[in-house]
Design a protein around this ligand. Structure first.
Ligand code: SF4
Length: 683
């Protein structure tokens, strides 16, 4: 039984955790009165989030009790994409799914594809019974690359894991580079610490093509061209060498590969960097001076900058910088991209890969789902995808090159099942939609990628309508498919207890709502990287010396394309949305207004476009209608298409992914969303 924090005759308060794809993973307190959740607040006792929630989640009850919640299983009665369904019973829905999957699996289970990501970050509802089910079935494996794999694999190649500074220590830093992150919108609690540092005299520098709300509040903003971060990092190295701002002892004792990288960095004087990045040589020199002469100095890197062809190399280069100046010697120095590697999660216990029983199904990359769904059977690919089961994701809106994704999901011969809260663009294409519970209606346990505490999410209210937790849905599907292994009978609580094994006391977790992991304050003060040699690895096996890799779609790599489509487009999340989540929450959508394209006045004038007019963003892959916002949030040569709108809630049934492509990052096989050339014309 869950234990409420506080219980009176009329109300109780329950421990929760924010499930969304955000590094903060806030601890929640949900107030329930008469069986109804009336308030979702932050837990003021949680050490890193301190009780503050972002606007999105403070309105969580609007999402839970949204009149358009899917509350019953639905079966398609219209054409794919029309979103016309009839209500069916759970028995009928599960019976049909089990029959169709069973029939396909009898030929080749690899023709079945699970598709999920971080719609919930919970370990139970995101990666437990579902994985067991698909492993036992022998379905295709999914390469979950859509957000962070370029940076994650690059960081692991350099440090040995996805680990870094502790977020609260940024409050003691004297210089903070906020690199590729609109922290106010997407890493709110880090921003609180950065503000504390600022009050203590720290200098804040924002490195981002877009002049974000965060850039507004930093001392300096470096608006480099998208995809040129690696060149800037090499330029900083050049200046650290030229001015002898290196910590030679730290480099000697705790890194490997510096001589080769040093040679490369010497080829990047500030003038070359300036020409590539679209900034001035003085900006490079001044940033290097600040970085080389201030201690403790810290970098908050985020995943925005790695969604380009050279994203992996860029992360390697940036991650090496703190080693060159010995920033890691201080707990307020170093870098944080992700803290997820600190968590002792027992994924074997949760996901049970042993259920593959020696089979090695093929792997499909989620970032190229458009191509994958349209591909025929071949010796290289294996069987054509005949069935897809989507949960915790909305690929029709969020996957790149929408035209192909939509065409794939519209295949009449594709059997598709979608577990959802709402009729999203993806659910509209489903044969069967199953109503899933929201975070207030199920049990879960969470790690984080921005701090180091484990959190529990107790069910606060009963499932709405006939909604069921993902775990229960896959448990029941397993039973219908005749999977009789004992693990398919595990309850959610059994799995929650197994998630961290003995590393975390489940009773303490239940009592307090969160448990802080034991940790080292300054993790690499004396080296001790998790690489095989214990050193920061500058020249990683198979990856060579890190280098600047230009965008696929750039003047350097594709001059003819750049002549036809001279504007680089990035598509960062709108402040009140979280990827495609919350777009259907009316009060948040009203704040955003409409799909906006930010453009610098000089680019607008060159095209005779005026603020507020409707424009069409175009390239060879497609076109999308937006409202133009002439704004200095966009630098010359770059437009910002704020996302990610549901296609059906946009102006013309499209969104920015109509323009993006499916080519992959240099490391990690991720999507290159921000590596995209376009032009803009009056609509
Ligand atoms: S989205 Fe982020 S900041 Fe907002 S409540 Fe969730 S974890 Fe906290």
């Amino acid at each position: 039984m869950s234990s409420p924090i506080l219980s009176t005759d009329t109300s109780r308060v329950v421990h929760g955790a924010c499930p969304h794809d955000c590094p903060d993973t806030c601890a929640l307190r949900v107030t329930v009165q008469g069986g109804r959740a009336i308030k979702v607040q932050g837990d003021s006792l949680h050490p890193t989030t301190h009780g503050a929630l972002c606007t999105k989640v403070s309105r969580y009850t609007e999402r839970v009790y949204h009149p358009e919640r899917v509350l019953h299983p639905l079966k398609r009665v219209g054409k794919k994409g029309e979103g016309r369904f009839a209500r069916v019973s759970w028995d009928a829905a599960l019976g049909e799914i089990a029959a169709r999957l069973g029939e396909i699996a009898a030929r080749d289970a690899q023709a079945i594809l699970p598709y999920s990501y971080a719609g919930t970050m919970g370990l139970l509802q995101g990666e437990s019974m579902d994985r067991r089910f698909f492993h036992r079935l022998g379905a295709s494996l999914l390469d979950r690359t859509i957000c962070s794999s370029a940076g994650g694999e690059a960081l692991a190649a350099t440090y040995g894991g996805k680990v870094g500074m502790h977020v609260e220590h940024f409050a003691e830093s004297k210089l903070i580079l906020i690199w590729g992150s609109n922290s106010i919108a997407s890493n709110l609690h880090f921003w609180t610490y950065a503000q504390a540092a600022k009050r203590n005299g720290a200098k804040l520098v924002c490195i981002d093509p877009r002049k974000t709300e965060t850039a507004d509040k930093c001392h300096r903003h470096i608006a480099l061209l998208p995809g040129t971060d690696g060149a800037l990092a090499l330029g900083l190295m050049h200046e650290l060498i030229a001015n002898d701002w290196l910590d030679d002892e730290y480099i000697e004792r705790h890194t490997s590969g510096w001589p080769a990288l040093r040679e490369r960095a010497l080829q990047w004087p500030p003038e070359r960097v300036a020409a590539v990045c679209g900034i001035t040589a003085l900006e490079v020199r001044e940033l290097a001076r600040d970085y080389g002469t201030t201690q403790p100095t810290a970098i908050r890197l985020n995943y925005g900058m790695q969604r380009v062809h050279g994203g992996g190399n860029a992360v390697r280069l940036v991650a090496i910088l703190p080693c060159l100046i010995g920033a890691w010697r201080h707990r307020a120095g170093g870098l944080l991209l992700s803290s997820s590697g600190w968590y002792p999660i027992d994924r074997q216990a949760l996901q049970r890969p042993d259920l593959l029983a020696g089979r090695a199904p093929r792997t499909i990359n989620m970032s190229t789902i458009g191509d994958a769904l349209l591909a025929d059977a071949s010796p290289a690919l294996g069987p054509k995808i005949e069935a897809i089961v989507v949960y915790n994701s909305n690929p029709v809106a969020v996957a790149p090159q929408s035209a192909k994704v939509v065409q794939g999901f519209a295949r009449e011969d594709l059997f598709s099942v979608v577990l959802e809260h709402f009729l999203t663009d993806t659910a509209d294409h489903a044969d069967i939609v199953l109503p899933a519970t929201t975070q207030l209606e199920h049990l879960d346990v969470h790690g984080s990628y921005g701090h180091t505490s484990v959190l529990i999410n107790e069910p606060a209210i009963a499932p709405q309508g006939e909604a069921r937790p993902n775990t229960q849905i896959f448990r029941e599907l397993a039973a219908r498919m005749g999977f009789d292994e004992a693990c398919f009978s595990d309850s959610d609580e059994t799995m929650a207890r197994a998630a961290f094994g003995d590393a975390v006391s489940f009773d303490a977790l239940r009592e307090q709502g969160w448990v802080q992991l034991p940790r080292v304050e300054a993790p690499f003060a004396d080296g001790g990287f998790a690489t095989p040699g214990g050193r920061c690895t500058m020249v990683a096996p198979g990856l060579g010396v890190p280098d600047f890799v230009p965008n696929y779609e750039s003047a350097q790599a594709a001059p003819e394309l750049a002549r036809r489509y001279p504007l680089a487009m990035i598509s960062p999340p709108a402040r009140n949305f979280l990827n495609s989540s919350f777009v259907n929450v009316k009060s948040l959508r009203d704040i955003e207004g409409a799909p906006l394209l930010e453009m610098h006045a000089s680019d607008a004038a060159a095209r005779r476009l005026a603020d507020g007019q409707m424009v069409r963003v175009v390239n060879d892959r497609g076109r999308s209608l937006c409202r133009l916002q002439v704004s200095d949030r966009a630098r010359p040569g770059v437009v910002n298409g704020l996302g990610i709108w549901w296609r059906k809630l946009g102006f013309d049934g499209t969104n920015v992914n109509e323009l993006t492509h499916q080519r992959l990052t240099d490391i990690g096989r991720g999507p290159a969303f921000y590596d995209c050339l376009v032009d803009v014309e009056a609509a």
